[in-house]
Design a protein around this ligand. Structure first.
Ligand SMILES: Cc1ncc(COP(=O)(O)O)c(C=O)c1O
Length: 432
């Protein structure tokens, strides 16, 4: 099919995520059709090459078309694409669970598979609720999450969300979730409220969809201590931060924190396949053990739990962290990104009000006037326009409102890091 034929059919048949489809389907909108990838780059149907500046929505880790991950998936594909995890098991799911437990902080020891970030969180929510029911504390059924949090779009995960545009219209369909701005606000919750809490959920070190907002240093550790004092369970949502993005394999390592539930997805398979995992401790797991007729079973699961192709990709991705020494190689790249972003901010003092960086994740705030703090009206979609303009300079990324996200695959070279920031610089020059 030609590019034009594909676009005509797309506009006739599809409904894209987080997209105003009237804009998408307008005659002047000519979407990119991505046809291939290599390393940190993607190529479209017209043969143009771009740096994958947001790691294909925060998923890709070691680069596209990586021979080791390709071979792992192909090898498994020749044996079996999928069989049920309900009542059966498979070798790669077993090996991956063992590898994940060894890679994550102790005492996480049990792995429950699902499909994506939202289901990993959904699973943690249900495990937490059922854990308290099974331990004679059913009144612990409410949750705490943070303002501007994003934990996914299924109804349960959305109930923990704190972004009005995405979550407000669905808020009355979920369970009770107390939204707090900060740890200080959490500490001021009345004791009777704290006693009703099943769990607190947090994106450790940095909130992604909030616009790459970093937490103060030490906050995660202090949150763990608050949870221990009040007997509340802690869910760390490492769907975005997991697998090296923050400079360590997991963000919670940086504050020496072990949550009661750790949710991972996106980068788990190196960004190749939809697979997620919720890790928890023996303490939680053991509460679900009993005679069948006690109905302590965790009655939860999805058709593709433990999918062997996803597990093959994930095992290969974890191996690559050792074989390619990914985390050591990343440290100078983090500094290269820091220097390039400082230079960008210096060049655009009037329109870049802040740059935030956590490891290899960065957010650049674009404003109308940095001196007065005046922002662009949200209807102008300035962040989106900057990203569209950056395409002309070989960069693909997406904003969070007017914050430009930079989240390159960990394999990006220093040249690609610099090209990324140059593309944003040029886009700002032609637009503002
Ligand atoms: C921190 C966090 N949690 C959960 C999710 C939901 O993941 P998914 O889109 O795979 O359902 C996201 C997605 O961006 C996320 O950033």
């Amino acid at each position: 099919m030609t590019h034009e034929e594909l676009i005509r059919l797309d506009k006739k048949r599809l409904w894209h995520p987080f997209t105003q489809m009237r804009d998408w389907c307008s005659a002047e909108h000519d979407p990119l059709v991505i046809v291939s990838g290599k390393g940190a780059t993607l190529t479209d149907s017209k043969g143009r090459e771009y740096i994958d500046g947001n790691s294909s929505i925060w998923t890709n880790i070691h680069g596209h078309n990586h021979p080791v991950i390709n071979a792992a998936i192909e090898g498994q594909l020749r044996k079996l694409a999928h069989s049920s995890f309900l009542g059966f098991t498979n070798e790669l799911a077993i090996l991956l669970a063992d590898a994940l437990v060894k890679a994550t902080p102790a005492p996480l020891s049990r792995v429950f598979y699902s499909d994506d970030g939202s289901t990993a969180i959904e699973c943690a929510i249900k495990m937490a609720i059922q854990y308290w029911q099974l331990t004679d504390n059913a009144r612990r059924c409410e949750f705490v999450s943070f303002a501007n949090a994003y934990h996914g779009d299924t109804l349960g995960a959305a109930a923990l969300g704190g972004i009005a545009t995405f979550h407000e219209r669905f808020s009355r369909f979920g369970f009770t979730c107390h939204s707090v701005q900060s740890l200080a606000e959490l500490e001021h919750l009345p004791a009777e409220t704290a006693e009703t809490l099943a769990a607190v959920c947090i994106e450790p070190l940095i909130q992604g969809a909030a616009g790459m907002q970093t937490w103060p240093q030490g906050m995660l550790r202090a949150l763990r201590e608050w949870c221990d004092r009040t007997g509340t369970l802690l869910i760390c949502d490492e769907v975005m931060t997991g697998f090296g993005r923050t400079g360590t394999l997991f963000a919670c390592e940086q504050e020496d924190v072990c949550p009661d539930f750790l949710a991972v997805a996106k980068g788990l398979t190196g960004g190749y396949m939809p697979l997620a995992a919720t890790l928890t401790t023996e303490r939680i797991y053991e509460a679900f053990l009993g005679e069948y007729d006690e109905l302590k079973t965790f009655f939860y699961g999805h058709s593709y739990c433990g999918n062997p192709l996803g597990c093959a990709a994930a095992l290969a991705s974890l191996r690559l962290f050792d074989e390619e020494d990914t985390l050591s190689m990343l440290q100078p790249k983090i500094e290269c990104l820091r220097a390039a972003l400082a230079d960008l901010q210096h060049k655009h003092l009037g329109n870049v009000s802040a740059v935030r960086q956590c490891g290899f994740i960065a957010g650049i705030d674009i404003v109308k006037d940095a001196a007065t703090g005046e922002i662009f009206p949200w209807q102008d979609q300035t962040g989106a326009r900057v990203c569209v303009a950056a395409r002309e300079f070989g960069l693909l990324t997406r904003p969070v409102r007017d914050t430009i996200a930079v989240m390159l695959p960990l394999c990006a070279t220093n040249d690609q890091i610099e090209q990324t920031v140059v593309a944003i610089d040029r886009a700002l020059r032609i637009l503002l």
